[in-house]
Design a protein around this ligand. Structure first.
Ligand SMILES: [Zn+2]
Length: 155
């Protein structure tokens, strides 16, 4: 999934938690931001594995979206990463259950979105400022629903 979806899902759930009085808006926003930042491993893997343009964000992005020349997901996107992160979240919960919940929301929503395989044959491919985007209509609909959900929770 794309960064906007990785932001919207944890922020939406975080907004619900705000309305329930369990979370602050700052934590909801941080959950969305960290939900996106988990994909920074793509950039790190790109630096290690790319033959050219190692430090180019555009090349990293386009390799991930279009060419798939090599696996850009690091261990954190796989089972071993989930186990390590879960153990870290348990330790963090001893010190701050709210921060642990915020990171858990960011991480598990990211894993859910990345590992749910939905057939999405209808895709829109656009190139904007050197960045390709292959957006599925399913993800676009999900993004719109999440935005509507956030607006409904906020008002
Ligand atoms: Zn990811």
């Amino acid at each position: 999934m794309y960064p906007q979806t990785h932001f919207l899902l944890p922020f939406f759930v975080g907004a619900i938690l705000v309305k329930l009085g369990w979370f602050s808006w700052e934590l909801a926003l941080l959950a969305g931001i960290f939900g996106v930042l988990i994909d920074l491993d793509h950039y790190i893997e790109h630096i290690f594995h790319a033959k050219k343009n190692r430090f180019s964000l555009a090349h990293t992005w386009n390799t991930s979206v279009i060419t798939h020349k090599f696996e850009q997901r690091s261990f954190i996107h796989h089972k071993v990463g989930a186990v390590v992160v879960t153990l870290l979240l348990i330790v963090l919960a001893v010190f701050s259950h709210l921060w642990s919940l915020m990171f858990a929301l960011a991480f598990y929503s990211h894993m859910l979105l990345d590992h749910v395989h939905i057939k999405h044959p209808h895709q829109i491919i656009i190139k904007l400022f050197g960045f390709y985007e292959r957006e599925s209509k399913v993800e676009l609909v999900l993004d719109v629903l999440l935005i509507i959900g956030i607006v409904l929770v906020v008002i």
